[in-house]
Design a protein around this ligand. Structure first.
Ligand SMILES: NC(=O)c1ccc[n+]([C@@H]2O[C@H](COP(=O)([O-])OP(=O)(O)OC[C@H]3O[C@@H](n4cnc5c(N)ncnc54)[C@H](O)[C@@H]3O)[C@@H](O)[C@H]2O)c1
Length: 359
């Protein structure tokens, strides 16, 4: 792994890569005298990632490990209550530090727990999934789900720093890698055509240079967030594929007869559907649409939608937090590498996009 990747400056914090990460963490721990350092993990990151981190932390301060069950089903307020309680029992105070070591569930939930415990304590994100590296850990969105509704409760608050080290990916299951890849593809589609084109033939993609791809994705996400941290404007670009993708993810999460989809699997379908909508609004041409659809379908297994599923997914959209003033607002692509935000889309076109996906 190359250690030559320079740190990226985000809003009030830096993203450090590879060996630079642990150096930055140890410097930070010398500069700020924390009372206790809590490391938040789920069962998997406790087993696979914690041993790669703890021996390298240089501090006299007590380290406490807090573990919770893995998975989206645990990204809720009940888990937060358990963690706030443990923090209290272990003497957590306003000078505590929380290090979130895990995927997007750990960084989203851990960021929210830290932002609200004692009215806010410092936290650091160390993402261990591809998805959390290129997306969830950067940008300051923290939060939890409310029932089957995704990310309904949360705050925007930035970490002290984010440390990205691809050595954590060595133990990540293949389907989780694919899930993260969806967000990288999105970054190309909304912002950088040349970056998108690197993924057109995964067989010739140079995975030895994967660090550089992760780096470019973080740069793109950061460039967008830095302009609009609270999502009033251009940050909505990052919602491409997510308006429908989130509704699909929520529906499959709640429905007992359906297998739970990984975030990236749902987003991949969302990007195909929203590209179809872009085509029908004359924002992209047929060649671009089929390139997107065929590339995504070659990576991700088809999801089966019955007519009844489609109706219910559209119903769920109404609850999506991206609906403003009662209209369903989409971020669509305008050619590959450019985005058009705040696009209203009628239900009929949404239905047609599902029918085309099925065909
Ligand atoms: N805040 C944001 O801006 C933002 C952006 C995108 C997604 N998200 C959120 O991120 C979440 C999805 O994140 P995710 O895909 O990382 O899911 P996740 O955190 O559930 O991790 C996926 C699985 O991989 C395991 N795991 C993590 N690291 C591992 C490793 N190195 N080796 C082996 N197993 C490992 C986890 O225990 C879990 O079972 C969703 O809740 C989504 O809403 C947030």
């Amino acid at each position: 792994m190359s250690n030559l990747l320079p740190s990226i400056q985000a809003n009030n914090y830096q993203v450090h890569f590879n060996e630079n990460g642990i150096k930055a963490l140890n410097t930070h721990l010398k500069e700020i005298k924390y009372s206790t350092i809590f490391i938040l993990v789920d069962t998997h990151t406790n087993e696979y990632c914690l041993p790669k981190l703890v021996p390298h932390i240089e501090t006299e301060t007590t380290l406490e490990i807090i573990e919770f069950e893995p998975g989206e089903h645990h990204k809720n307020i009940e888990t937060c209550i358990q963690i706030w309680t443990v923090l209290t029992e272990l003497g957590g105070d306003r000078k505590s530090l929380i290090i979130n070591l895990g995927g997007g569930v750990v960084t989203d939930l851990g960021g929210f727990v830290a932002s609200t415990f004692k009215r806010g304590v410092n936290f650091i994100n160390i993402p261990t999934t591809l998805l959390a590296m290129v997306d969830a850990s950067v940008g300051g969105k923290t939060g939890v789900d409310l029932g089957n509704l995704k990310n309904q409760i949360g705050v925007i608050n930035v970490p002290q720093m984010v440390l990205i080290d691809s050595q954590y990916l060595e133990t990540l299951p293949k389907n989780e890698m694919k899930s993260g890849l969806a967000e990288m593809l999105k970054h190309g589609l909304i912002f950088d055509k040349a970056y998108w084109e690197k993924f057109l033939d995964l067989k010739i993609l140079d995975f030895t240079d994967f660090d550089a791809l992760i780096y470019r994705s973080v740069e793109i996400k950061n460039e967008i967030v830095i302009q609009d941290p609270t999502e009033k404007n251009i940050r909505k670009a990052l919602n491409f594929g997510h308006t429908l993708g989130h509704a699909i993810e929520s529906y499959f999460l709640e429905n007992e007869n359906k297998k739970t989809l990984l975030h990236g699997e749902a987003i991949a379908v969302g990007m195909i559907l929203e590209s179809y909508i872009s085509l029908h609004k004359n924002l992209i041409n047929e060649d671009e649409y089929f390139q997107i659809k065929n590339t995504l379908k070659s990576i991700y297994t088809d999801i089966i939608f019955e007519d009844e599923d489609i109706e219910q997914i559209i119903e769920l959209l109404i609850h999506d937090k991206k609906n403003e003033y009662g209209n369903i607002q989409f971020a669509l692509i305008e050619g590959i590498g450019k985005i058009k935000i705040n696009q209203s889309v009628e239900n009929e076109l949404i239905k047609k996009s599902f029918l085309d996906y099925k065909s």
